[in-house]
Write a new protein. Structure first.
Length: 215
């Protein structure tokens, strides 16, 4: 039985290729996506949209990143200020990092340091997988953590989650970047590509299946 042919760029089936819907966005903010191995071949995974759209975005695959050389080099780089996007008890709201007055930044060691490259680490996986990645990766424990507003509702309608405020990786990336730069229009192409992917998958479903299982 022959395998389905895939696009060599977006790694999705040729019929579901999203490349023509990708817009390259110039951003000074670096994203590092730690992707669980179970997400690599996921046909409806969204991390690839961020990776293709943002030149300063890379994906590192693994589960326990404690001894991951690539990640540790990034974390130990003195020219970077690294943050982990994760709603831990010590996390601060990402809106605080968009402040521009230095007097507002002094009180918290996690607040943006000027003249350093801002690097944000995202966990790509289900909530259960992301939690395990966070718990087992000792090098993630000491990184300042930031969280997103819980007000946004996910459009990831074909992948259910019981977590309130649960967002896809691309939605989290969009909210993170648009909040930091206070520019939703600039990063809208991320959601445009995401919406195309979701609508395409829904269109492939048998009649009535989406309304029965996902609404």
């Amino acid at each position: 039985m022959s395998k389905r042919k895939k696009c060599t760029v977006c790694d999705k089936a040729l019929a579901a290729c999203i490349c023509q819907h990708i817009t390259v966005i110039d951003s000074d903010i670096e994203l590092i996506i730690l992707q669980h191995p179970g997400e690599v071949k996921n046909a409806i995974g969204t991390a690839r949209i961020l990776n293709l759209s943002l030149p300063q975005c890379q994906i590192i695959i693994g589960e326990n990143f404690t001894d991951n050389t690539q990640l540790n080099e990034i974390l130990n780089d003195p020219t970077r200020q690294c943050y982990l996007l994760y709603p831990s008890e010590e996390s601060i709201e990402v809106e605080r990092l968009s402040l521009t007055k230095s007097s507002d930044m002094v009180s918290n060691s996690a607040i943006l340091k000027h003249n350093m490259k801002r690097t944000f680490i995202l966990l790509d996986g289900t909530w259960r997988k992301a939690f395990k990645m966070y718990q087992t990766s000792m090098n993630l424990q000491g990184i300042p953590a930031v969280r997103l507003s819980a007000e946004e509702k996910s459009q990831y309608t074909i992948r259910q989650t019981s977590i309130e405020g649960g967002l896809s990786t691309v939605e989290a990336g969009y909210l993170l970047l648009s909040t930091l730069e206070k520019d939703k229009i600039k990063y809208q192409p991320l959601l445009t590509a995401f919406e195309y992917m979701i609508n395409f998958q829904i269109a492939q479903m048998p009649a009535g299946l989406f309304n029965k299982n996902y609404k």
